[in-house]
Design a protein around this ligand. Sequence first.
Ligand code: AMP
Length: 426
Amino acid sequence: MNILLIGSGGREHALAWKIARSPRTSTLFVAPGNAGICEEAECVSLDVTDHAAVIDFCRRNDVRLVTVGPEAPLVAGLADALAEEGIAVFGPRRDAARLEGSKSFTKDICRRYGIPTADYAVFEDADSALAHLREKGAPIVVKADGLAAGKGVIVATDMETAETAIRDIFGGAFGAAGAKVVLEEMLVGEEASFFAVCDGRTALPLATAQDHKRAFDGDRGPNTGGMGAYTPAPVMTEEMCDRVMERIILPTMKAMEEAGCPFTGVLYAGLMITESGPQLIEYNVRFGDPECQPLMMRLETDLVDLMEAAAAGDLAGGAVDWSDRAALTVVMAAKGYPGSYEKGTVIEGVERAEEDPLVKVFHAGTARGEGGELLAVGGRVLNVTALGDTITEAQRRAYDAVAKIHWPEGFYRKDIGWRAVEREKN
Ligand code: AMP
């Protein structure tokens, strides 16, 4: 079967790597891909905002399954356009992608279906939001309602920060995403990510992960797309995973079906594990980047079979197999990221880093220079991923591999996995 994968990050390299290894795959096309993906698949240039062009590509190349890495094309309705043409898609339609695209939509579902989440209120103007803030006080979490590339959330520990955030959002700091503001109670606990694969009616649990959003060691510095991740998350015991399925994922599936927008694809729940149990912080409607990279290293079930069954509404009674090993990813980013950074610097040593069969380097912002040299062309650039019997061992292996990569213009966190490693010491 010919498959088209949309995206160009580390997440898509990990997906491409897995899809390319499936005996079900004839040709894998990736639009637009990156230097690493081009070694696994045929990279093509396609304007994914032009749905007719994507459909035309699929027709001309006999593509039978499309899978979408990032959220933006889903929120823009690419899955609807493809499905209407009879092309199978792994990913939600526009209405269902609101679980990520609109925080207030998700919060309303939580309220109606008793899904545990932080108390909240939604505002359409600054004055009423500020009045609510004065009533509730800090700490409080201020969120732009729409998609803001992970930057529209401000955890405000004092009133001034909260007030500034409200004014900034309504002042247009996040464009259309800030037409509404959600104010919510600050949850206290340990964060974890839970992934499920969904076919519109049924959901199967995938696995758990934890990521590191801040740029620097000790969880300091600005928020980023993610500087590293590992799986499984030790806080997510089997009992906790069962609770998440019963109290959060399955009620959401029911809510979406009853609302006439059944959810298909990967549902990624960002959770806070509080003293009173798991609470939903937010949903994403696709794999996380970088969480996808260590997840794909552990996945044993054929990813193409899984995506096809989900797209066909055929997951019932299935199960997903995972390696018992842990996996951990260290992100290497260009110095300056998430602010401005230099492009076109040369990276050496990736092949050396991959000599260990339990290591894989997934590319994000990379391209090949004229002489074939590997160039950094983005903020997050490489995802050095390793397997290990424990997270401690995966961490050691990943950092041994990072040490073999020569890239003076890059940086990485030295403490990815610290929380899990601490636990493993006890
Ligand atoms: P997001 O960019 O939507 O992934 O959210 C960014 C981060 O904000 C989350 O990963 C949490 O660390 C934090 N956050 C969001 N909502 C809350 C909340 N209600 N309580 C505490 N932290 C939160």
